[in-house]
Every structure is written in C-alpha cells, then in structure tokens.
Write a protein that binds this ligand. Structure first.
Ligand SMILES: [Zn+2]
Length: 238
C-alpha cells in the first residue's frame, strides 16, 4: 500500500506518479473552496476525474447547484448521491434551522459538526471508485485549520485507507492535497493553477449560503476570507 500526501514545509503539491497504478480518480466534491481546489489538483494529476457530491439535505441546496455548475463547466463526470439518512442519524446546524451555528467552546465541537460525515463520504466514494475502476480517491480534508473534527485527521485518513483496501480487496490511494496547508496556502494552490478568481467567485463555503466571498460573518467565511487576505498581502510583498 502506498500513501502519499503533501508534507509540511514543502511548496510542491505534486505527488509522484505511482508505478502502474491507474490514473483515474474520484474527488469528494462539495462545491466549496477546498474541494474545488482539490478538483483542479486532481485534473492536473490524473487522466480521468470523477466528482461525487453528497446530498444530505443541506439547508443551502445552492451548495449542490454550485457543485453541479462547476463540474459541468469543467467537463467532469459528476455523481450526486443521496445521503439524507445522515440528517436522520445526526441532526446538525448544516441541515436544521433550529440549530444555531456556533463555534465550540473549550474543546467542544462546533454545532456544524456532523458525526462520522467524512468517514461515510469517503466510504461511499470508495464504493463508487471501485465500481468505476478508479484507484485514487481525493478529499479536501485538512488538519491545519482543525476545528476538532476527528475524521479530518491524517491518522484517520490513513486508517480508513487501510480499511477500504481490506474491505474491497483493492489498492486504493486516498490523497489529501490540503492536509497540511492553511487557508492562505490553499488559495496559493488555486492561484498556481491560475484558478484563484474562479474559486473565489464560483464556490460556496458560507454557512449562510452566500456564494463567493459570502456573508463575511460566519466562522467559515471568516476562515476563508482571512486566508485570502493573508495570501493576497503576502503575494504583494513578494
Ligand atoms: Zn458566511
């Protein structure tokens, strides 16, 4: 089994091509900044790319529309899978109007946390990948801006990679190109692909459902916009 990702302190996002592994990837794709950047990364790294979006009855169905529009524009095969059961299992602020979006205090998880979400998404992405004959799975999870989500951690991704391979008797490689990047570096990556404006204008990350630069007030917008401002300032100084 071979696991590759980006390591701290490296400016290269490129993975080495892996022997005789096939060049087909499934990208877990929400239509947000991170997964759109990962989609561009995958389009550079692999010959064939498939995007998969999970519909778990998000309050902002615009998120699904964003994903659809981007995949269509980039000519990427796109699957939208119904995951409404996630809301039955774990009610959360992303799906329910009666749960406020709150940052977790003192080690508590924020109310936007959905128990087991990444594990389920990656597992279903794995099933789709195998059906489609793809060996690579790409996800935008990141430990740097860690909000305490346990299934965003590198150790979990590596563990799930082993589990998927054993479960399906298949040599998947799970790629996490953003794992060690902060938000400014994620913008830098989009810029390197010549896609900074594209990601800035067309993606939806805002918890209040506003596309592009968003509401500028929710935790997600603050993280995204602080990263963007930092990147643009650093770029100016260079
Ligand atoms: Zn917002």
């Amino acid at each position: 089994m071979i696991l590759r990702d980006c390591y701290p302190g490296t400016s290269s996002y490129r993975i080495e091509r892996i022997g005789d592994m096939n060049k087909k990837a499934v990208v877990v794709f929400s239509g947000g900044q991170d997964s759109t950047t990962c989609l561009f990364w995958a389009l550079k790294e692999f010959d064939e790319v498939i995007a998969v979006t999970f519909n778990y009855n998000q309050k902002h169905s615009l998120e699904i529309d964003c994903a659809k529009d981007i995949a269509k524009e980039l000519g990427v095969e796109h699957h939208i899978l119904d995951m409404e059961l996630l809301n039955q299992l774990a009610p959360n602020a992303l799906t329910r109007d009666d749960i406020k979006i709150e940052k977790g205090e003192d080690g508590e998880l924020p109310s936007t946390f959905v128990e087991g979400r990444n594990m389920l998404f990656l597992t279903f992405a794995g099933v789709l990948a195998k059906v489609k004959g793809a060996k690579h799975i790409v996800t935008g999870v990141c430990e740097t801006d860690f909000s305490g989500y346990p299934d965003c951690r590198d150790v979990f991704i590596k563990s799930l990679n082993v589990t998927l391979n054993l479960a399906m008797d298949y040599d998947f490689v799970v790629h996490t190109p953003l794992m060690w990047l902060d938000k400014a570096q994620t913008w830098e990556m989009a810029d390197k692909f010549g896609k900074l404006d594209y990601v800035r204008e067309k993606t939806l990350t805002c918890y209040n459902g506003i596309i592009g630069d968003g509401c500028k007030e929710c935790p997600s917008c603050i993280l995204r916009n602080n990263g963007l401002n930092k990147y643009l300032e650093d770029k100016k100084e260079k």
